[in-house]
Each structure stands twice: as structure tokens, then as C-alpha cells.
Design a protein around this ligand. Sequence first.
Ligand code: ATP
Ligand code: MG
Length: 434
Amino acid sequence: MSKRKSKDTQWTAGECVSQAQKILRERYCYQRVPSSPVGIESQRKNLLELLRRTAIHGESNSVLIVGPRGSGKTMLLKSVLKELFEVREVQSNVLLVHLNGLLQTDDKIALKEITRQLQLENVVGDKVFGSFAENLTFLLEALKKGNRSSSRPVIFTLDEFDLFAHHKNQTLLYNLLDISQSAQTPVAVVGLTCRLDVLELLEKRVKSRFSHRQIHLLNPMDFHQYIETTQEHLGLPQDFPDERFAQEWNSSIKMLCEDRSVKDVLRKHFNTSKDFRSLHMLLLMALSRVTPTNPTIKPGDIQEASRLCSMDAKANILHGLSILELCLIIAMKHLSELYDGEPFNFQMVHNEFKKFIQRKSHSIHNFETPVVLKAFEHLQQLELINPMDGPSAKIQKEYQLVKLMLDHSQIMEALQKYPQCPTDVKQWATSAFG
Ligand SMILES: Nc1ncnc2c1ncn2[C@@H]1O[C@H](COP(=O)(O)OP(=O)(O)OP(=O)(O)O)[C@@H](O)[C@H]1O
Ligand SMILES: [Mg+2]
């Protein structure tokens, strides 16, 4: 429904619901910079001032933005850059280079990417440089204006900054920070990281060139603010095409956030992680349960969403196993209990399984050894069991030592929910000695 209807056209309930879902999904998934980020005013001001000094006054700087995952580091940087680039002078003069430790895994790749983003590939051509520093200086020189009197400021952003510290000799970091200290070209280096101890990772010569400015995002939100934020993030905007629907929606969201059971769920989430990303995940799940016949989010939807969010991934895999594979897991559970968590091999598991079939089973019959081995290997592929030695160890598959990566409660929980699990298998799982 991309077409916008004129004001006086009536929207059907179905159209309203899908429009509301579209708006909210975009809010949760598109990583848009929120118009008014909450709780980070001082950090914003700080960073903006710093970058402005590079962009407008030609002063070099370096700074680290530190905060846990989802705390809004990228959002902070984006929103500051957006504001900075609204100035005409900045727009025409300042250059941006975005690097990410997950993409530029070594300094050579990083340098290539810098060249590409500065659009200097043609200028560099086939030139061969003696050192990294020489290459980088050449790039910055090339950016100088026609009369060579003034240089254009460059803002380097390094996401996952800590990963750059693992590059050989930390050459890129050293050179960037070195340039930011010498006055030739105005350079700002902005690092983003979730490691509080990131400075410890830097070599002495790199550390000494870093300005030691840090901006922390530690999210001081309390529970009351968390509820308020939830309500805000679920609300529809003023300019929603169908005014009545938006009003009804917003008042139902207000009621929802006052509901006791919803508060309980939100408190559980708040206690595990306060960040917006996991909140958005929860709201997204709840939102997907809204339909034209059920056009609001109900407390039950939030509860169900929370259940889906907190579901254990491994326990989830267990639901998809075959009965044979499940039996092998139970055999391994008994072995782990019997030998106090010591590793075991396929032969031992198979023996345990055979004992079960001979003594207790009515529903499961014998399987050929290769079939059982195949099932065992499948469990290994799913990483429910892991080999003790590296994969290169030259031991026959049947004798390689492995370890079970599940705990007792995960197995029992999965068995409870397993569709049509034979009772004798369940009994075997609960019996004390296999
Ligand atoms: N103060 C805030 N106000 C509104 N939305 C926020 C705020 N902080 C974070 N968000 C939202 O939370 C989501 C995650 O933020 P962001 O991607 O910036 O986190 P991050 O710190 O960069 O995480 P990562 O370390 O995984 O890169 C984004 O959708 C962002 O818009
Ligand atoms: Mg980020």
C-alpha cells in the first residue's frame, strides 16, 4: 500500500492495520536515526562539538564511543553526522570514511577501502608504495585543493574499533592517530566499540597517540522510563492517515503499558537487557500478531512474544530431531551423569542405546550401526555434541571423544514438548541409571 490516499477517503480496517505495521516495522528494523534520541543529549553535544572542530576549524581529534551492544553507538554517530552535514560548508568540504572491523579484516584491505571511499583509485593507479604510512600520506596529499594551500578535513569512523587492534603491528591505527596528531591534514578518528577495556588492547606507541577522549553510553534508563519508551515506540505518529484508528491505537497502547502482566514481562526484559534492540525485537514479535480482526496489541501478545524471544535456541533444535537422535541424546545424558561429565565416544553411546532397547523399550527397535552412526554425526553437525580434539585428529569416527553440549534441564524440557514422544523413552530419560 504505497499509494497515499487523500484525506477524505476512508481506510478499511485491514488497510489501517497493515499501514500501522509498516510504520512500526520500519521503526524497529530500518535502523533509522530517531528524531529525538532519548537520554544521550550530553554525549551528542560532546561529539558534535568535537567533530565540528575538525570539520570547521581544521583541528585534529580522536575519540572513542564505548557502550554495550545495542546501546546506540552507531545511532549517536549517525545522528551527529547528520546534524554536522547540514552545514553547507561542511557538506562541500569534509570527507567521510567509514570502516568496520568486521569487514576490513586487515590493514591492506582497509587501505584499499579508504582509497575507494575517497575516490582516489585513479590517482593511485599502479603506484607502488614503500610503506603504509607513505601510502596514506599520499592519499591525504591528493585530497588537497587545487592551490595546495588547504587540506580537506577527513572524518574516519572505525566501527568495531577493538578488532583493528588485532591487525599486524596495529599499523592502520598507528598511522591514523599519528596523522591526527601532526597538523598536516585535519583528521578526526572516531572509534566505536563495546569493549570497555579497549585501551588495554592498544600498543604503547598507538596508545600514546590517542587523545584519551571517550564517550560512554551506559544507558541510565530506569524502569519507569523503560515503560514510557515502550509506549512511545509502539505509538503511531500524528500524521497517520486514519486519525481515528491512530487515536484508538494509541489509547489501547497506553492501556497495554499499564497492564500488570505486561509490566511483569517488561520488567523481566529490562532486567536482562535494557537496550533498544532487544526491546524492538519483542515489540516486533507482538506486532506480528495484530490482524484486522484483532486490531490492537493485547497483553497476551506481549507474553507470547516474550516467550518466543527467550526461547532457548538449543532446546529449539531438539524439537526437530528424530526419535533415534533423541534416544542418542538421552544415552549421552546418562553417560555424562555416570562418568561425571567426562567425554565419551560413539561406541559407548551405542552400547548404552542397545542396552535400552534390550531391556526397556517397547516402541523403539534396533537400528543398523551405520544408521545410528549417521544420526550421531548429524548431532555433531548441529553442534549438540562437540569433539574434544580438533577435527584433524586421526582417530576412527567411532572412537573419537565427544562432549554433550546440553544440560539436564534443556533435555528434559525438550522431551516434555516433543510431539508424541513414546512414554518408554521419556521414562528412560528420567530413570536414574540409564
Ligand atoms: N537513545 C536512543 N533513543 C532511541 N533509539 C535508540 C537509542 N539508543 C539506541 N536506539 C535504537 O536502538 C537500536 C540499536 O542501536 P545501535 O545500532 O546504534 O547500537 P550499537 O551500540 O551501535 O550496537 P552494536 O554494538 O551492536 O553496533 C537502533 O535501532 C537505535 O535506533
Ligand atoms: Mg553499531
